[in-house]
Design a protein around this ligand. Structure first.
Ligand SMILES: NC(=O)C1=CN([C@@H]2O[C@H](COP(=O)(O)OP(=O)(O)OC[C@H]3O[C@@H](n4cnc5c(N)ncnc54)[C@H](OP(=O)(O)O)[C@@H]3O)[C@@H](O)[C@H]2O)C=CC1
Ligand SMILES: O=C1O[C@H](COP(=O)(O)O)[C@@H](O)[C@H](O)[C@H]1O
Length: 571
């Protein structure tokens, strides 16, 4: 584990679980040791290992083989101090885009950095018929080594691939999951077995998989956790139904709802920036901040994912989750500690203090075909997987408000779009004007140009910069706006890990801070559901914008309504 400098990023009170031959008492517990569980109609108080006993539907999840102080593996008593543990990571939907593009590469990166436990196995599961070797071939094409550490790269890849296996099965087949269980057990023999399932599949089969996995492939000696990919429903109701269905088979503690934006380096840094710098924290309120902007743009369309996207649209795809999560982290009160529950409690409070979004405060757009420099770019509706005449927005801008003492009246503007002129994600904080500014004359009439602005560029070219007013050197008194610039590439000569690496590692460690709790999800949907319904019921036509442009002009009118100018226009 020497190479993994992860330990542990939050500095939270949770012990590291990377001590392979650690004592069981160090094991992260799914339940406090005295949590009551229903078992066969009787309530038992577990005072032993704290592993969860069973799901609410009566099926075992993390069943411990003994109620006594001893731990048994394959019938033989294992002394507390001697048990080695292993983690089996099963990627459900292993043949898919996300698995190939993100999950397997992230797992390899963790292995490469010595961040995975000593004993681990990766299983791919999908309907596609593949042999272990075929899976390895498929994965190997997407693995890369850190640019700054190429030593032993091919050796490491070989070692990693030897730990990868495949099982073909149907998503709703208990029999197929029992077969998987048997294979997992063969690799886990003699060890305390922890299991992580990653649902990298379309949402309509989430519940089937969770049912089959919890009934037939839960660990009988260690923990079982499930990472669930978005979308978590389409609105409040469907999200609540999904949560309820998942909770028939899993407890909330076992569900790791992933929002990969929370795993991005600069989003993770947001709290550090604010809570550990005296120059920022006192300014973090309506007293000094005029508006906050959360901007996401992609310079490509929905090509290849139109089928999925058309059912969701950009508000559900980006705003309700990624941008809203950033907003909650940005605006929360100081948590009691860095513990996951303390942070998530504060995020929920922000979300619940937010005003329900109104139609008047939303602008929607959709990209249309465009020819530039002899090259043609398709319209959204040219995608063969998108229904003709679709009104699904590929762009949206929205003005949101947090009705609490800290943020009363401060507009939080969001803008997200596909097929725009650039790719990026950033947080822009525009500060108020300096009262009675002595240098007012030097800015001419446009005081907004003198606004201090803090920019947190999440991607690409990660950076934090602060626009300040400065005297241009020389004999005259002329001012300009310059940047105090922290460009990550110049400051840190280290490759930034992919968001999925951080999140997978957290899930293995049982760190829930960067995963979405069900009450957060409910609060998030409550903000957006009414407007989503209204857009659909009133059949609101999106404003068309050319592929590769800056998006609909309506976004500027919306900002102007709140006396805001989008900060990305001047960059
Ligand atoms: N791709 C991305 O960039 C992102 C994806 N996500 C989410 O991650 C999850 C996985 O995404 P992605 O990999 O793109 O999805 P895919 O469409 O590639 O599906 C993954 C696998 O699921 C199986 N599958 C696909 N459609 C069906 C179906 N209708 N019924 C049963 N099985 C099906 C296929 O495997 P087989 O046929 O072999 O069983 C496929 O390889 C989704 O929930 C998606 O919303 C989230 C963020 C980004
Ligand atoms: O969740 C999603 O995110 C991607 C953008 O992620 P990024 O890390 O590449 O910025 C987006 O393309 C996709 O539509 C959405 O589902």
């Amino acid at each position: 584990m020497a190479g993994c400098l992860h330990c542990h990023h939050s500095g939270a009170s949770v012990p590291s679980s990377f001590n392979h031959s650690r004592t069981l008492s160090l094991e992260r517990r799914a339940w406090p040791a005295s949590t009551p569980h229903l078992l066969g109609g009787q309530e038992l108080i577990r005072r032993t290992w704290g592993f969860q006993m069973k799901s609410s539907n009566g099926h075992p999840l993390n069943v411990v083989s003994s109620q006594k102080e001893e731990q048994y593996t394959n019938g033989s008593k294992v002394e507390e101090e001697q048990v080695d543990s292993t983690v089996s990571i099963t990627v459900i939907g292993a043949s898919g885009d996300l698995a190939k593009k993100k999950i397997f590469p992230a797992l390899f990166a963790l292995f490469y950095e010595d961040c995975l436990p000593k004993h681990f196995t990766v299983y791919g599961y999908a309907r596609t018929q593949l042999t272990d070797e075929e899976l390895r071939n498929m994965i190997s094409k997407t693995l890369t080594c850190r640019i700054d550490k190429r030593e032993n790269c091919s050796n490491k890849m070989g070692q990693f691939l030897q730990r990868c296996f495949y099982h073909s099965g149907q998503y709703g087949s208990e029999k197929n999951f029992s077969e998987l269980d048997k294979k997992l057990k063969e690799k886990e023999v003699g060890k305390l077995a922890n299991r992580l399932f990653y649902l990298s599949i379309p949402p309509n089969i989430f519940v089937d998989v969770v049912r089959c996995a919890s009934r037939n492939a839960s660990s009988s000696t260690g923990w079982t956790r499930v990472i669930v990919e978005k979308p978590f429903g389409r609105d409040s109701q469907s999200s609540a139904e999904l949560t309820q269905s998942l909770k028939q088979h899993l407890t909330e503690d076992q569900i790791f709802r992933i929002d990969h934006y929370l795993g991005k380096e600069l989003v993770e840094n947001l709290s550090v920036l604010r809570f550990s710098n005296l120059v920022f924290e006192p300014l973090w309120s309506r007293t000094f901040i005029r508006n906050v902007q959360l901007i996401f743009s992609e310079d490509f369309g929905t090509e290849g994912r139109g089928g999925y996207f058309d059912n969701y649209g950009i508000i559900r795809d980006i705003m309700q989750n990624h941008l809203l999560q950033i907003l909650a982290l940005f605006a929360m009160e100081t948590p009691v500690s860095l513990d996951a529950e303390d942070i998530r409690n504060e995020k929920v409070k922000v979300l619940r203090s937010m005003r329900t979004l109104k139609l008047d405060d939303v602008v929607v757009g959709q990209y249309k075909g465009h020819t530039r420099g002899g090259k043609s770019y398709p319209a959204y509706i040219d995608d063969p997987t998108v229904p003709k005449g679709s009104l699904t927005p590929t762009f949206a801008a929205a003005a949101l408000f947090i009705d609490n003492a800290r943020w009363d009246g401060v507009p939080f503007l969001m803008k997200a779009g596909k097929a725009l002129h650039t790719r990026g994600a950033e947080i822009r904080v525009q500060f108020r004007h300096v009262p009675g500014n002595l240098y007012k004359r030097n800015f001419g009439t446009d005081l907004d140009k003198a606004t201090n602005e803090l920019v947190i560029r999440v991607q690409p070219d990660e950076a934090i910069y602060l626009k300040i007013n400065n005297k241009i050197p020389g004999l005259s008194m002329r001012l300009d706006s310059s940047n105090l610039n922290l460009l990550y590439a110049a400051r840190y000569h280290k490759e930034i890990p992919d968001a999925y690496e951080r999140l997978l590692l957290d899930a293995v460690e049982g760190e829930r801070r960067l995963f979405i709790r069900s009450d957060e999800l409910d609060a998030a949907w409550a903000i957006f559901t009414p407007v989503l319904k209204e857009l659909e019921n009133k059949i609101i036509a999106p404003e068309l914008y050319p592929y590769g442009s800056r998006g609909p002009v309506g976004a500027h009118y919306l900002a102007a309504k709140y006396n805001v100018r989008w900060g990305d226009l001047s960059s």
